[in-house]
Design a protein around this ligand. Structure first.
Ligand SMILES: Cc1ncc(COP(=O)(O)O)c(C=O)c1O
Ligand SMILES: Nc1c(O)cccc1C(=O)C[C@H](N)C(=O)O
Length: 419
């Protein structure tokens, strides 16, 4: 009985914190299954009710009845800019400097190519070995295609990045919040350090947009990309986004010179002439259904003050870290995220030698986080819909799985294709 005492007390405290949470009303705007503590919004955000309704309307009314006329009547053609403007407000982009389009990987290719072309004679692209792999793969692919001797230079430790910024580096390409550990870079400081050496910056905001305050203009970032399906809740495979600083609009050129980035796409000219500004970074027809879902999902942010969101994100992460340290001590977990809130995004990771099986056991009990090889248990905290009581419950389920060694069951060992 006495082990239940602190547990019920902390659950009551969590309920009290939820009752006082200024963002608590936002959870109703999402569809979340009963009995699930969803801590994986950093991989796939939950379904906003508005997105569900909007997709239905886009399909039946705009596509079904409006047919081709919906490109004009429903404003399909402007979706990349319209959706981009909504995202731009969340990441501090100047007006008209951000579009929603393509995938993060493809957008990285475009902005990297543009950045390299702005830095002739320099060969290095500095990044981190711990960056999300697609970012590194895109540099490899682009370097091979360009055939100009560009090379990827990887910091093994984030503290080593600055020392690698020399006169031969063209681009510093970093993911602002690390996908595994949640460690957050100081975007303004690293951008400044890079630019002092004539280096352009490309920031991947996949784990930042909608998760932490970002101010691209203030940081003087050169280029940025990010995902629509994580903290922005745009749905599986949602369009990504791409930012180009107005400083580069006149000169930046991208290689995927499709007709949607043409100055006058419906003139059907033979030769390519890039549109003004960031619109030249579009390539082909936008995925209207996915874009509509993302557009509707973004309306939830009209009622959100980013400072309040950050406060709640920090409080949720700290409650989880403290809860795990208090209730799961001696059960094989090690904190893999920075302890100081200002160096962390909106996720918390722990290592465990049986991390994969532990996560499967958690998921079976309704606590959904994810596993990242080789040994990381990753928990994302989306302040729009995650409650303090979810944190308290997740801690207890984690303790139960570890203490009972339930994760040793045979069924939790077999790896699934997507983890
Ligand atoms: C940091 C980061 N960049 C890029 C991606 C992948 O982007 P996409 O699959 O949209 O190309 C992810 C996640 O999948 C990610 O975590
Ligand atoms: N994009 C994903 C997918 O298509 C399937 C499974 C997971 C993902 C992810 O987004 C992974 C994510 N970027 C990560 O941080 O690990």
């Amino acid at each position: 009985m006495d082990h239940l005492e602190p547990r019920s007390r902390s659950r009551d405290e969590a309920l009290a914190r939820d009752a006082a949470d200024p963002l608590r009303h936002l959870r109703e705007r999402f569809e979340l299954p009963d009995g699930v503590v969803y801590l994986d919004g950093n991989s796939l955000g939950a379904l906003p009710r508005a997105a569900k309704d909007r997709v239905a309307a886009t399909v039946s009314r705009e596509w079904g009845r409006g047919l081709i006329g919906s490109w004009n009547e429903a404003g399909w053609v402007d979706l990349p800019a319209r959706v981009g403007a909504k995202i731009g407000r969340l990441v501090g982009a100047e007006d008209g400097s951000l579009v929603a389009t393509d995938s993060t990987s493809v957008n990285l290719f475009k902005v990297l190519a543009a950045a390299l072309a702005l830095a002739p004679g320099r060969r290095g692209v500095v990044s981190e070995a711990s960056n999300f792999p697609t970012d590194l793969y895109m540099v490899e692919g682009l370097a091979a295609l360009a055939g100009q001797g560009h090379e990827l230079r990887l910091a093994q430790d984030p503290e080593h990045i600055e020392a690698m910024l020399d006169g031969d580096v063209a681009v510093l390409m970093l993911t602002h919040v690390n996908y595994r550990t949640g460690r957050m870079h100081d975007m303004a400081a690293l951008t400044k350090a890079a630019q002092e050496r004539g280096i352009l910056t490309v920031w991947d905001l996949a784990h930042s947009a909608g998760a932490v305050p970002v101010d691209l203009a203030d940081a003087r970032a050169d280029f940025a990309v990010g995902c629509g399906y994580k903290y922005l809740n745009g749905g599986p495979g949602a369009p990504a986004f791409l930012y180009v600083s107005p400083r580069h609009w006149a000169r930046a050129a991208q290689p995927l010179s499709g007709w949607f980035g043409h100055a006058a796409p419906f003139r059907f000219d033979v030769g390519y002439a890039p549109a003004e500004g960031v619109r030249r970074f579009l390539t082909g027809t936008p995925s209207v259904i996915g874009m509509s879902a993302l557009d509707a999902a973004l309306d939830v942010w009209d009622d959100v003050e980013m400072a309040r969101l950050r406060e709640k994100s920090v409080a949720l992460c700290e409650a989880f870290i403290e809860g795990v340290e208090a209730r799961c001590a001696g059960l094989g977990l090690t904190l893999a995220s920075p302890r100081e809130a200002h160096r962390r995004g909106s996720q918390v990771s722990f290592t465990h030698e049986a991390a994969y099986a532990v996560m499967q056991a958690l998921i079976e009990r309704g606590v959904v986080g994810d596993f990242r090889a080789p040994d990381i248990l990753r928990f994302g905290f989306t302040p729009l819909y995650t409650r303090f009581v979810d944190v308290a419950d997740a801690v207890e389920v984690l303790r139960d799985v570890l203490e009972s060694r339930a994760y040793e069951a045979e069924r939790f060992q077999a790896r699934r294709a997507v983890t």
